[in-house]
Design a protein around this ligand. Sequence first.
Ligand code: FES
Length: 235
Amino acid sequence: MSDTFFLDGEAIPFSPGQTLIQAARAAGKYIPHLCWHPDFGAHGSCRLCIVRCGGREVAACTTLAAAGLEVENASAELDAARRTLLQLLFVEGNHFCPACEKSGDCLLQSTAYRLGMRDPHFEHFYPDRPLDASHPDVLIDFNRCILCELCVRASRDIDGKDVFAIAGRGAQAHLVVGAPSGRLADTAFAASDRAAGVCPVGAILRKRVGFAIPIGARACDLEQADGCTAAAALE
Ligand code: FES
């Protein structure tokens, strides 16, 4: 018999070694997240998954479930903090959803909808990072990267190619391609790589398939009512 912790008062079973978000997800409970993905180790950078337990805020993706733990996830205060994080992500990049071919299949966009983010609040940075369209099958728009490092982890841990890395720190942090030229075409990257499909936003896009699924029929168009289902559909 597995132990349980309490998520917003509801008993959630967990296995030893499971994090709060893993156990919650297995129980069909949605905890907002961007840099966490069920196929990868936790990264703990976006802080969207903050929950409150033991009187402090912790990341649900890096905190192990423990028997009897009382965890608060669904609260106006936590959602307000998450909205601020989302607003910062929106202004730090160029996320113009109506013009983005990932619209409707974007975890950043769907999370913003779900958490009721109505405006960016902060001044836009309008970064001007050159696109990389050098690869025959994949385009990179660095202006949409949210530094979740999912492509870094996928390319390194699953594809075994180590194509991507994050360079710089703090506000200067940015995604780079690991080739002397810095161009994706000069790497072993392929459109079939796991890293080509794991981007939760529109930073890494396969070419010539952008509107294969029409707007209105995409994962988040269909699943607005259920965070778990929408997030799972994007994974
Ligand atoms: Fe936990 Fe990003 S999902 S910090």
